[in-house]
Ligand binder design. Structure first.
Ligand code: ZN
Length: 147
């Protein structure tokens, strides 16, 4: 795998092995290379060069932007520790913000919540609650226990 190369394995799970994967990397010349390689072949496949000056940059600038966007999307997923993009997944920057918020206060780190109606308590992942909402009990939102 080249430095900075991102890959995406086909979603066709019924294909015989080796399955194909999409590879995108930026060459030393600054141009994009988009290709298809057999899974595990370390990007040694067939590539198309997308020039960032002249070439596609002149004849089809939107293609250069689209490849750049695809690269950024795959790189962000790889950074989040997930090689298969999940549309439900929170953007890494947003997730980092939630984690920083949780780290800012002991009550958020503890994640203890209480139902003010029946007194039930439970421990939650506060960052997950920021993303998806706080737990409900007795048809009301549970309250963070701060002391
Ligand atoms: Zn309750």
């Amino acid at each position: 795998m080249r430095i900075g190369e991102v890959r995406y394995l086909t979603d066709d799970r019924d294909d015989p092995k080796p399955r194909n994967e999409l590879s995108i990397f930026r060459g030393g010349n600054g141009d994009w290379y988009v290709g298809v390689s057999p899974e595990g072949a370390m990007g040694l496949g067939q590539f198309v060069r997308i020039c960032t000056s002249g070439g596609a940059a002149s004849s089809c600038p939107a293609l250069v932007q689209a490849v750049s966007d695809a690269y950024v999307a795959l790189a962000a997923q790889a950074e989040a520790g997930c090689s298969i993009p999940d549309p439900q997944m929170t953007a890494p920057a947003e997730e980092a913000l939630y984690r920083a918020l949780v780290a800012s206060h002991p009550a958020l780190q503890r994640g203890l919540v209480r139902c003010l109606h029946c007194g039930a308590v439970c421990v939650v992942d506060v960052a997950k609650c920021f993303r998806e909402g706080w737990p409900l009990c007795c048809e009301h939102t549970m309250t963070l226990v701060t002391k």
